[in-house]
Design a protein around this ligand. Sequence first.
Ligand SMILES: Cc1ncc(COP(=O)(O)O)c(C=O)c1O
Length: 647
Amino acid sequence: MTDPTLYPCFLGPYGENDDLLEKLVVEFLRDHVYWRRNFHPEDPPAIPTRAAKQPQFLSFEARLRRELHALSASLKRSVPFHSPRYLGHMVSDVLLPGLAAQMLTLPYNPNNVSEDAAPVTVDLEVQVGLQLARLIGYRHDPAQPDCAFGHLTSGGTLANFQALRLALALKAFPVALRAVAPIEIGLPEDDWTAFNLAPDAATALLVRWQDWLASLPLGERNRWTAAVEAQRLESLGLCDFFARHPQLQPPIVLTPLSAHYSWPKGLKLLGLGADRAVPVAQQDMRVDLGALEEALERAQAARQPVLMTVAVLGTTEFGAIDPVDGIVALRDRYAAAGLGFAVHVDAAWGGYLATLFREPGGGLRPREAIAADFANFPAPRVHAAMAALCRTDSVTIDPHKLGYMPYGAGAFVCKDHRPMSLLAVEADYVFTRAASEDYLARYRQLGRYIPEGSKPGAMAAAVYVTHRVLPLDHCNFGRIPAQTLRATEAFVARAAQFAAECAHLVHACVPFAPDSNLVCLALNPCGNTSISGLNEFVGRLHDEVRIDPTAPLQLREFFASTTRLRIDILNRDTALRLLKRLQLLPAPQEAGESLLILRHTLMNPFLLDAENDISYVDRYFKFLTRRITALCAGVTASTHSNDSMVA
Ligand SMILES: Cc1ncc(COP(=O)(O)O)c(C=O)c1O
């Protein structure tokens, strides 16, 4: 049932905390106005008081009000993300601290491109990066030379792109260095070795190079810097770089089959091409370490460089968590064998679950202590994956998903900040050359290192304040995922009950036990043995739970999403087991087909409403039972003539 400490955290499904939010908005709007008035109080008001009575002013205000009313009215057709009846995509109510901090900051309109445009909020963004680094288990003390670094992005897509960009810059840099730098800094013996250093070794080389440069007089330093810059992949472009190094092939990226579509997007953007993403087979929707090892073995035999291996912490479609621990172990083994690559964790969805695994002091909680609050969570392999996050090279983690922040707030965090210097782009009009190499001074020039230029400081303020009000440990923020994981366990148990109760109507199952709060449900009407029949049935069910912009929201009882489960990406045993559970015949003409399944994102903290003794999980399954009962009659009637259906 609901953890009462969560009551003040959200505006609430019924707008219960309206009074608190209203007081905060008014208080800090006034505060902002006083700030304007106190800037140079001797400057008189530029807009005269009488202006508010003039016809042009009044007609402007009337037009403004009319448009705002129209906007407000049309927004009533928005998706009710705040409601526990919304089980669709990766979004729910936003946290009140973030909403209030963002609204408070908006009129100041800071631009986090650099301290020049955001003297306050750019620092907050750097602090957010350190807060997230601590959550992951990376070194987060800027006084340490290898401290982590993180920044916000518009979303997970751009954070994943930043991971690719950084990994490629670090991979290719030693090759550029070899082409011109003096041997005394300790260069790799050939291009292949240079291109296949482990990220840590490449970083160490970069640091040696920077230290050597620093020992030179300015003119000489500039000449050497320019010479290496001219050899870098980022200067030459992919074509020229690989033409100059014919013994090297462009690298591949090993991605789980379940990876998000931002990965092919990122590879296209980088110019490597989406085909450079090599899918790794999975076992029950998690990376199969045996298959990954075979892929690495093949790469090494073919002298095919690997840029990175991606692990997903909470897959988009099944909420599954990849064996991060096994993947970093393979990285270390292959690095020792001369095939270095980075490990990036795409924790866009599941990253904030790590709050449940953190002690307030920063330590990792033992599995048993976490498990005491749940029926099954966390599986030992989930705990091992979380514990291994600190050994990865970089992580994507989205505040606008399980961090309950308004859009758009993704985040990228890398284990060691030093390679970020390889991404630096100069622009004299906005970036001042840091007088010191101090960590904070450097990253106050944020736009130098990130894909974006201008970016909202209000978002950094929102995330920072939220992490301060709800620190990222199990006693504070972790209470939110704990609540929704309890709802997830209730959902999985209720799904089994539903499957038994409706066995005369449908064959139903959760195809893969989730590791996070995202659960799919596969359904096949009794008597149907074809995939097309199943898809038609689930498609009709989806019509009853999807957003329909033409119909009033209130006509919908619940919202859910769907996805397609491709049979051909499953291993044979898993596929046969699933088809059998759903009583489907694997017809040869249907090879490569996919099953339409219902997908539920269970992140609303009020799914189990203690105050009113309501379980929206239970209500959802009662709703499904009613709709399926009605649909089954229809399906049977309409498909008698359909050859694909077996009555
Ligand atoms: C695992 C994963 N990575 C990346 C993304 C992309 O995030 P965004 O939509 O914020 O760009 C998503 C989005 O659902 C995701 O689930």
